[in-house]
Write a protein that binds this ligand. Sequence first.
Ligand SMILES: Nc1ncnc2c1ncn2[C@@H]1O[C@H](COP(=O)(O)OP(=O)(O)OP(=O)(O)O)[C@@H](O)[C@H]1O
Ligand SMILES: Cc1ncc(CO)c(N)n1
Length: 265
Amino acid sequence: MTVAGSDSGGGAGIQTDMRTFALLGVHACVAVTAVTVQNTVGVSDFVAMSPDIVAAQMRSVVTDIGVGAVKTGMLASGPIIDAVASTADELDLGNSRTVPLVVDPVAASMHGDPLLAAEAFDALRTNLIPRATVVTPNLDEVRLITGIDVTDAASQHDAVRALLDMGAQWALVKGGHLRSSTQSPDLLSDGVEDHEFTTERIATGHDHGAGDTLAAAITAALAHGYSVPDAVRFAKSWVTEGLRWAYPLGAGHGPVNPMWRVSEE
Ligand SMILES: Nc1ncnc2c1ncn2[C@@H]1O[C@H](COP(=O)(O)OP(=O)(O)OP(=O)(O)O)[C@@H](O)[C@H]1O
Ligand SMILES: Cc1ncc(CO)c(N)n1
């Protein structure tokens, strides 16, 4: 299940999560949190759902269909974060519970347009990150959540540590925004084991939805029973191929191509 916002441009959010889940052989259920007015150039507006309706969608799916893993993406507001956190407890989702919960702490679009209210970061830190089986921030989100400016391997380790101290079971700090690097290094840790997943940086302006694709592929792999490190290893290779097959669209950033395997065939 994905708990996320709609991207009218079809390059991120629910639309990307559903394509990724389908290609990875899991049925996609959805709790819609917000509808964004979005294209390849930016997000011009959004409307959030009521927290009760987000919680009710989660409850409706879990009590009838059941879920193998849950991913959160754009949550829009503090009250929605609080509702998702308490519903996760009620439905036995998250850190140390039965069903893995992947928290992609979406704060802004890649164009820099906000997707989360500024006053919602406390709720993210104190209510959702402690419930995460794995939390997957990019470097901008890391700065907003922990105050740490990641510029190298040492500060990436510090950021992982800070997220684990907030209570996440595993933290994955993504290096996709280290634009000066020739590589795209992601660091995963639970405080005991460190795993580095590094690929060559792909020269593409079409990288919209990379974070969603990665987190959705982690979620699908967890639903199939992979361990967290194996799920992240698989998802990193999946998104790397998606970036290789990304395509131009509109006047801005085209989408990562979650259909790459079909395109290849
Ligand atoms: N140019 C690139 N080449 C190779 N890997 C990349 C590149 N850009 C991002 N990645 C990888 O893609 C994944 C997503 O990282 P990124 O930091 O871009 O997420 P994000 O900012 O949350 O994405 P978005 O907001 O576009 O959905 C990570 O595994 C990262 O290492
Ligand atoms: C709806 C939505 N979710 C997530 C992102 C981040 O990629 C986005 N741009 N739009």
